[in-house]
Design a protein around this ligand. Structure first.
Ligand SMILES: [Zn+2]
Length: 466
């Protein structure tokens, strides 16, 4: 892979030219060959390793391990070594005289901020000085593809965070258009806005809002050791090599706890996990995240919607797919909240069938903090973050910690329960055909309007033609 890196006033441009054995069709296809990030950082004020790593995180799906990565800006030996030992990539452009980026002292932690519940909960337990970085999608001129994901709620979420006196940098980028099927090329592409501001803002840690279920992969049905998580195994040393040790403040607590944090914290008004709603406070109500958040809100507040409302949500095309998956997507949370609903006297036939499938409630450990996860909080922030976490989620007992490590739904035979659930959903198809059709028409009209506006702008004197 050849990566051309240009830092001009106002933006960083990354050009991707696949090398031998790296066809454009790899990993779902490379639809465009450039990505840009709008930044207010002056050219040549950034450590070269931050640029090189940013480019690699955009191009990662199309890089073959055997093919060297050639970059127009050379990186340090330290970065090359970490890329080799972690993700197994060969950085060919190395400047032996380049010292690696030193971790600033004093510094401030940075957070890759999405506006979702987990992201806001992470911010709520991090130090006041934490700076957030949000990657906002911007369509490149002439781009015809539209997406159902709406950026407006996340934008408002950033404004709420700002109103609380916290620093937020919004970086507009077209990186999500690189892939044929639009979206971030890699889980860590969301780090690029932070990396590009790391020197200006003297950042000394890079944080994500990944809860227990994601960090230990419980959402796939069984426990995975921290050493094998991408935060440590693959990319930990790479981020450390640019002076940004990885920080996952909520790695030890589940979505049940992060939901409680946003329900009780002032910053909680900024949280919305649904990426399809038109504004903050107006989630779409139809996606699987919305359906899960309804259950979580019920479990946290003790106030439950009627069986009819819950069932209408879960009968939707996407949520039903999550229930029918084996394991259920984010099963520990579904299991706990479903049992909480039934224990509170809920009478939904669908949720009774879900409870039969998922087995007994995995609580109480879901409600507490898994202490080994604090390894993912670097010094000097560990004590402060642990203290804030423990106020909402006391540490687990040794037995509860063991229950997390033993978590495995694969060994249980639940064919009969699965069949009963599938039969109920077959008999109760989605009730939302009409809103889905109008929703798509609205999105397409919006994309057309945006293209039109871009065309007009590019014709105006001084208009950008990027
Ligand atoms: Zn939604």
């Amino acid at each position: 892979m050849h990566l051309d890196l240009r830092h001009e006033p106002g933006r960083v441009l990354i050009g991707l030219t696949p090398g031998e054995g790296e066809p454009d069709t790899r990993k779902g296809g490379l639809a465009r060959h450039t990505a840009s990030f709008e930044v207010s950082v002056a050219p040549r004020s950034l450590h070269p390793d931050l640029l090189v790593l940013s480019a690699i995180l955009c191009a990662r799906p199309w890089i073959r391990r055997q093919t060297p990565v050639v970059t127009s800006v050379a990186g340090s030996e330290a970065l090359a070594t970490a890329l080799r030992s972690g993700p197994g990539l060969r950085l060919a452009s190395v400047d032996p005289d380049l010292a690696p980026r030193a971790r600033p002292e004093p510094g401030a932690p940075g957070l890759c901020f999405s506006g979702g519940t987990d992201s806001v909960a992470a911010l709520a337990v991090m130090p006041e000085a934490t700076r957030s970085y949000h990657l906002r999608r911007r369509a490149p001129a002439g781009e015809r593809r539209a997406t159902m994901f709406d950026t407006r709620a996340a934008q408002q979420s950033c404004e709420v965070v700002r109103r609380h006196g916290r620093q937020v940098e919004v970086v507009r980028s077209d990186v999500e258009y690189l892939r044929d099927v639009m979206g971030f090329p890699h889980d860590f592409t969301t780090a690029v806005p932070l990396l590009l501001h790391a020197d200006r803002d003297r950042l000394d840690a890079i944080a994500w809002g990944a809860p227990l279920e994601a960090t230990y992969r419980l959402q796939r049905g069984y426990y995975r050791d921290l050493a094998d998580s991408p935060f440590i195994g693959e990319w930990g040393d790479v981020f450390a090599a640019v002076g940004l040790p990885v920080c996952v403040p909520i790695a030890g607590v589940s979505e049940v706890v992060t939901s409680r944090i946003v329900q009780t914290h002032a910053l909680g008004a900024a949280a919305q996990s649904c990426v399809r709603g038109p504004r903050l406070g107006a989630p779409c109500g139809r996606c699987a995240k919305c359906a899960r958040k309804t259950l979580l809100a019920g479990a946290v507040t003790g106030r439950w919607p009627s069986a009819h409302v819950l069932e209408r949500q879960w009968r939707g095309a996407e949520p039903r797919g999550h229930l029918l998956a084996d394991p259920v997507k984010v099963e520990p949370v579904i299991a706990h909240t479903t049992h909480a609903y039934l224990a509170a006297g809920g009478d939904s036939a669908l949720l009774r069938l879900v409870a039969d499938k998922v087995g007994p409630d995995p609580l109480p450990w879901l409600d507490r903090s898994y202490e080994p996860a604090l390894e993912l909080v670097p010094e000097p922030y560990r004590a402060e973050i642990a203290d804030r976490l423990h106020r909402v989620a006391p540490p687990m007992s040794a037995a509860e910690e063991q229950a997390v490590r033993d978590y495995d739904v694969r060994s249980v035979d639940r064919a009969a329960a699965q069949q009963a659930l599938a039969a109920w959903l077959d008999a109760h198809p989605p009730q939302e055909r009409w809103p889905r059709v109008t929703g798509r028409a609205r999105r397409e009209a919006r994309a057309r309007l945006r293209r039109c506006r871009d065309r007009v702008r590019s014709l105006l004197p001084g208009g950008r033609r990027d």
